[in-house]
Ligand binder design. Sequence first.
Ligand SMILES: Nc1nc2c(ncn2[C@@H]2O[C@H](COP(=O)(O)OP(=O)(O)OP(=O)(O)O)[C@@H](O)[C@H]2O)c(=O)[nH]1
Ligand SMILES: [Mg+2]
Length: 140
Amino acid sequence: MKKMMLVGETRSGKSSLIKALSDGEYIPRRAMAVEYYGQFINTPGEFLENSRFYHALITSSADCQILALVLDATRKSSLFPPLFVSMFNRKIVGVVTNINASTADVGRAEQFLRSAGAKVVVCVCAESGEGLDSLREMLN
Ligand SMILES: Nc1nc2c(ncn2[C@@H]2O[C@H](COP(=O)(O)OP(=O)(O)OP(=O)(O)O)[C@@H](O)[C@H]2O)c(=O)[nH]1
Ligand SMILES: [Mg+2]
């Protein structure tokens, strides 16, 4: 069983993803601090949005094997800087969430994650469960 830390903007779908992957048992809260739940480490969106918190992300990533960069497919911009992943010496997976929304542009989101340095990108919908199996495989 591997541990996964999730990093992404506010409302990018980190908590929904943990809830879906933990069979609905996780109760999402607006966490203002790093939160540990089973195999998951949830981080506040603010930690990505304000680079003065990057050190907290780097420190917390020591506790995980997989770092997930979470991006909502409907977002027209991304706060992941180019080669963001170079700060972390962890296995990286890019996760595009909310792929079933009417304004989703999965290709655009994937491009943002690739420019951040993610070599593997998976596309998921936390509501329908689409795409979650590939993440489950990584966690096992
Ligand atoms: N339809 C759909 N809605 C989603 C999906 N993922 C997240 N949402 C919705 O997007 C909103 C934000 O999701 P959260 O999981 O709370 O986002 P978060 O990244 O944990 O946000 P913070 O904790 O504020 O940083 C919620 O209203 C979710 O229901 C998805 O895959 N599909
Ligand atoms: Mg959350």
